[in-house]
Each structure stands twice: as structure tokens, then as C-alpha cells.
Design a protein around this ligand. Structure first.
Ligand code: SAM
Ligand code: SF4
Length: 454
């Protein structure tokens, strides 16, 4: 793929857009969806259907200055143990509310840093999960890992518990960039972690890379991409740095004057893409790369790619149960988010109550718009007239998207024939601009609060 940046695309790099890991997006959640509503929705689940389970572990060994995740640096290990007590209480509450141990298709641990837990604490957590959920048919147990905390003991505990996919936070290999983001981890450290995981039998590996960080250039990120490819992960996720210091005060440690501008960010995304594609990876969606034989690449080719809170996935379960502080669940009736404050979340679940503090109900129209957005971001093509008809609506159901789509089409970011759109591969980093045309909330309100789309 040859990436380019025609003059007429440049103003659109200033647009701030959500990542569409949910619809309505999380910034539309509100407190009308409270613990009582969440408990009712959970009780209404069909207990025979498999779910995806997400477990959030909000602990890190030190804060990376760019970090946008819900996490903390615990001052005492007892805080972690108390968190594990509360996780068990929350899982018991879910099983009680639903009336049985739900069968889990995909299990995902995120954070924070799940491997902040040592081997003994990891085993304890897996024991709690197995007591309250049925893992007999689980296809994938995936864990987000900080390579700096991957000693043999931890790797052995992960492998023994059935973990079969790991994603490692790599970000950037240049020592100067690492210093500026407070995330120092030499290439050899990451290479050692990769080797230990593979030796233990955890072979499906994914790396997170970032661009748009202070000190990065197109050349430096291309070098990082080449070094990453030399370790042969199956997948890579490439994130543009979201600088939101008004929400994440520690990001004020980042030197704003050294942040690359929008055009440099775009060029960095292109440089990484060019390098990874030359190394044999296929572009998947707008921010992933995968080996052609990886499940995500296969799902993309077969039109089965999907999106949930973890980003792109080949998981097809309709329901996602989120456990832990700040975790979000996607239920048939809507989204519910747990209290992000550790104390508030813990107090609720230890008292046997749902820790939901906000969410959004979804009706049939929201779900149809969500399908349109997911298909656009996953397939890069959509016949929205046909999609509306398949859902019992008239063909012109999405016609409010026509005017903004035509504007994008004039600039060559999308092709539009009647009610069928297609995103040309060269415009892939603008896919969220196309998806936003189907977002009814966005068109009704102001447009300032997200991070940059590219
Ligand atoms: C939970 S962390 C991954 C696991 C582990 N905590 C680590 O950092 O190695 C999730 C990923 O989100 C990405 N990330 C974090 N903050 C970000 C931000 N502000 N903008 C874009 N991506 C970000 C990083 O690539 C990071 O690896
Ligand atoms: S990027 Fe990962 S290790 Fe760094 S602070 Fe965020 S969650 Fe923790």
C-alpha cells in the first residue's frame, strides 16, 4: 500500500473523533443508568448464551506519562489483595443475578497491567473466575502485559492457567522517546519477554505501538516498526497518542511543545504502515496489522471482523461482561459502566450491589446505527440501503448520512454509488470520519471533546 496525503485531506486531520469501540460512545453515558437498572438488565440475560468476559486490573508499577488508561500505582500490596477480594465478590454477584455460571467464549484481562499480579495472585484470580464462570468452552484467554514485569514465575503462572494470547506494551524502541514518556524498556528486555512467553507455549503475540509521542519522527517510528517486526508478533496495534491532560492530569508531564503536529502524526502512521506491510503484515481495520494466517486477518478477509471495547476482534459473542473498577459491560439492553473509583467500586460490590454508575440504554435504532458503524470500520464498505432493509427499515433510513458522506466523497476519502460506500485503502486512516456520518449523537451536538482522529 502506498500511503499519501493530498492537500485536500489535510484540514480533516484536525477533526476530533471517538474510536467507536461502542455506540453510543462512552462520552454519551449518563447516570440515569444506575445500579438498579444494571442489575435488571443482567438478570434479563439468557443464561444459556456464551458471553465474553473482561477483567480490569488497574495497577501499574509506575505511571507512563502518556497513559490514558484507568490505572494507579498502589502504595501497598494489600490494596491489590483487597481488589482481588472485591473482584471475587463482583463475579459471585453476576452469577447470582444471572442464576448460573455463564459460559465464557473469550476471556480478556486488561488494565493497567494484569501482570502486576505475581504468580500466586494470578492463580488466586483464575481460581475465582473458575468458581463463578464456566471456562470449559473458552477459545481464547488473552492478557495485556507489561514486558518489564515478565519474570519466569509470572510467565509460568500465565501459561499454566491457559492463557493463549498476550499483547505486550512496546510503544517505541528509541531510548530518547522512552525517556520522554517515562517508559524505559530496552529492545533486549522486550525480546527476552517474547522468548519466555514462546518457550512457555504462549505463542499468539501482539504488540502495541504508538505514534504522535514527543521526539518521534517518521524515521524513528519506522525503525521501531522494523525492530518490532524482527520479533515476529502475529499482530500489532498502532495507536495515535491521545493527549487529553484535562482528563489525565499526569499527561501534563509530557512536553507539549515536543508533540508532533497533525501532519507529522499522519506521516508517522503511514511510515509504520509501510514498514509493517513490507515485512509481510496485512492492514486490518484502521489501526491493526496481522500476519496473513492470523485469526484477525482471516476474519477481516471473510467479513467477520468486529469491534468491542478492546478494539478489533474476531469475537462474535453478543454480550460482554466487564468486571472491576471502570469496566464496561455491553448487554442486549445497553451499556453499563462500573465506578472508576476503586473505593466506590469496592464498597458497592462488597455490599452485594452492582457498581454501575453510568451507562446508556440502546434501542433498535441505536443497534442498527452501531451495526453500520462497525461494518464501516471493519469491512471498509457498506451498502447502507440494504442493511436498513435487512433490519425491516425503509431503504432511506440512513439518508441523513448522505450529505456528510458526499462531502467526504468530494475529497476522495470514500466512494459513494447510490447507497453503497467504500473506503479506498489509501484513505484507511480516515475510516472514523466515514463512520461518524452514521453517528446520530455526534451530528446533534458539539464536536470538541475527543482526541485527534489520526
Ligand atoms: C493497558 S496498556 C497495555 C499493557 C501494559 N499496561 C503496558 O503498558 O505494557 C494499553 C495500551 O494502550 C495504549 N495507550 C495508553 N495510553 C494511550 C494514549 N494516551 N493514547 C493512545 N494509546 C494509549 C498503549 O499502547 C498501551 O500499550
Ligand atoms: S501504559 Fe500500561 S504500564 Fe504504562 S501506565 Fe498505562 S497501563 Fe500502566
Amino acid at each position: 500500500m502506498t500511503y499519501e496525503l493530498p492537500e485536500r485531506w489535510r484540514p480533516r486531520l484536525e477533526t476530533r473523533l471517538p474510536r467507536y469501540t461502542s455506540y453510543p460512545t462512552a462520552d454519551r453515558f449518563d447516570a440515569r443508568i444506575d445500579a438498579a437498572v444494571a442489575a435488571g438488565w443482567l438478570a434479563g440475560l439468557d443464561p444459556r448464551l456464551p458471553v465474553s468476559l473482561y477483567v480490569h486490573l488497574p495497577f501499574c508499577h509506575a505511571l507512563c506519562w502518556y497513559c490514558g488508561c484507568h490505572t494507579t500505582v498502589p502504595n501497598r500490596i494489600q490494596r491489590v489483595d483487597r481488589y482481588l477480594d472485591a473482584l471475587e465478590a463482583e463475579m459471585a454477584l453476576v452469577a447470582r443475578t444471572v442464576g448460573r455460571a455463564l459460559s465464557v467464549a473469550h476471556l480478556h484481562f486488561g488494565g493497567g497491567t494484569p501482570n502486576y499480579l505475581d504468580g500466586a495472585r494470578w492463580r488466586r484470580l483464575m481460581g475465582s473466575i473458575r468458581r463463578h464462570f464456566d471456562l470449559a468452552g473458552t477459545q481464547e484467554i488473552a492478557v495485556e502485559l507489561d514486558p518489564r514485569l515478565l519474570d519466569e514465575e509470572r510467565v509460568a503462572a500465565l501459561a499454566e492457567s491457559g492463557v493463549n494470547r498476550a499483547s505486550l506494551g512496546v510503544q517505541d524502541f528509541a531510548p530518547e522517546v522512552q525517556r520522554r514518556i517515562h517508559r524505559e524498556q530496552p529492545f533486549d528486555l522486550v525480546a527476552g519477554a517474547v522468548e519466555r512467553l514462546r518457550e512457555a507455549g504462549i505463542r499468539r503475540l501482539s504488540f502495541d505501538l504508538m505514534y504522535g509521542l514527543p521526539g518521534q519522527t517518521s524515521e524513528s517510528v519506522a525503525r521501531t516498526a522494523a525492530q518490532a517486526a524482527s520479533l515476529a508478533p502475529d499482530r500489532l496495534a498502532v495507536f495515535g497518542y491521545a493527549h487529553v491532560p484535562w482528563m489525565k492530569p499526569h499527561q501534563k508531564m509530557i512536553d507539549e511543545t515536543a508533540l508532533p503536529g497533525t501532519i507529522s502524526r499522519y506521516e508517522q502512521a503511514c511510515a509504520i504502515g509501510t514498514m509493517l506491510e513490507a515485512a509481510g503484515y496485512e492492514a486490518v481495520g484502521f489501526d491493526h496489522y496481522a500476519r496473513p494466517d492470523d485469526r484477525l486477518a482471516i476474519a477481516a478477509r471473510e467479513g467477520r471482523l468486529n469491534r468491542n471495547f478492546q478494539g478489533y476482534t474476531d469475537d462474535t459473542a453478543e454480550t460482554l461482561i466487564g468486571i472491576g473498577a471502570s469496566a464496561i459491560s455491553e448487554l442486549p439492553a445497553g451499556y453499563v459502566q462500573n465506578n472508576p473509583r476503586l473505593d466506590g467500586w469496592r464498597e458497592a460490590v462488597m455490599a452485594g450491589r452492582s457498581a454501575c454508575v453510568r451507562g446508556a440504554a440502546t434501542d433498535a435504532v441505536d443497534r442498527l446505527r452501531r451495526t453500520a458503524i462497525r461494518r464501516v470500520l471493519s469491512d471498509f464498505a457498506l451498502d447502507f440501503g440494504a442493511l436498513a432493509r435487512e433490519h425491516g427499515r425503509s431503504e432511506d433510513f440512513f439518508d441523513d448520512a448522505l450529505a456528510p458522506l458526499q462531502e467526504l466523497a468530494r475529497d476522495g476519502l470514500v466512494t459513494l454509488v447510490a447507497r453503497r460506500l467504500e473506503i479506498p485503502p489509501a484513505a484507511r486512516f480516515f475510516a472514523r470520519h466515514v463512520a461518524a456520518c452514521f453517528d446520530a449523537f455526534r451530528r446533534r451536538e458539539e464536536r470538541g471533546r475527543h482526541s485527534l482522529a489520526v
